[in-house]
Design a protein around this ligand. Structure first.
Ligand code: ZN
Length: 247
């Protein structure tokens, strides 16, 4: 049984479709979505409908989903994110807004070994951007493998009885992480629709609990098409520019 794990799609249908083509070719059984389906990108309805059509096994909301669903206002956002969030709120159909507001906050326990959250297991809005924050999150996690998103940066941390470390990226294309018994893992699959690690390619992960292997993938997609949709929607140009540089 293999999970496909997607996070931070951010209304980027072009990236999502490319990821789904690749994930389907690899093969997966259940979809897990770590939140932020919308916000920033130009196709919020299309992305929500595509995800709905895939009937995720587990899905949680992100901070942008809360604002887009009208659950809370965009006050905490920077001006560009705020403008995009307000446009998204106006653009989403009532059905898609209702779907987003029905997504629970994390953490959600997927099975005996897997848990998902948007920010951190104890706070959906926390950014895990330091080893200290990662260590705290690992202590809060209630399953040996916890997937998180929100930072848009792929990362994998491991906690053993005696050590805590960041598992360094192996290659440019894909990274295989063997899950060892007795250890705890905190893994960010990266962002499908707005990567921020300087690599503009879409990121996603697969996890097979039986073989205890997590795989992190990167794939190119037609960035220009996603940019065109942002500009056509009248969203800030900076949101289109950042997709090309992965920041
Ligand atoms: Zn996000």
């Amino acid at each position: 049984m293999r999970y496909l794990i997607l996070s931070d799609i951010h209304a980027n249908l072009d990236a999502l479709e490319e990821v789904l083509v690749r994930a389907t070719a690899i093969g997966y059984d259940r979809l897990l979505v770590l939140g932020d389906l919308v916000g920033y990108g130009g196709q919020p309805n299309e992305v929500v409908e595509r995800i709905r059509s895939l009937a995720p096994f587990s899905i949680i909301r992100g901070n942008h989903d809360r604002v887009a669903a009208g659950v809370e206002d965009a006050e905490g956002f920077n001006p560009i994110a705020q403008e995009a969030a307000e446009w998204t709120l106006r653009t989403l159909t009532p059905e898609n807004r209702a779907y987003l507001s029905s997504c629970p906050p994390g953490p959600v326990f997927v099975d005996a070994v897997t848990e998902i959250c948007h920010g951190s297991p104890d706070d959906e809005d926390v950014y895990i951007t330091s080893e200290l924050a990662a260590l705290h999150a690992l202590k809060e996690a209630q399953r040996p493998v916890c997937f998180y998103g929100h930072t848009h940066i792929p990362a994998a941390f491991r906690l053993t009885d005696t050590a805590f470390d960041l598992i360094p990226p192996e290659s440019d294309e894909e990274q295989k992480i063997e899950i060892e018994r007795g250890c705890q893992y905190l893994i960010n699959p990266g962002s499908v629709g707005q990567p921020r690690d300087g690599d503009p390619r879409a990121a996603f992960a697969m996890f097979e609990p039986e073989s205890a292997v997590v795989e992190l993938y990167r794939i190119a997609y037609p960035v220009e098409r996603a940019q065109e949709k942002i500009l056509k929607a009248g969203l800030p140009q900076a949101l289109a520019r950042r997709l090309a540089i992965g920041r």
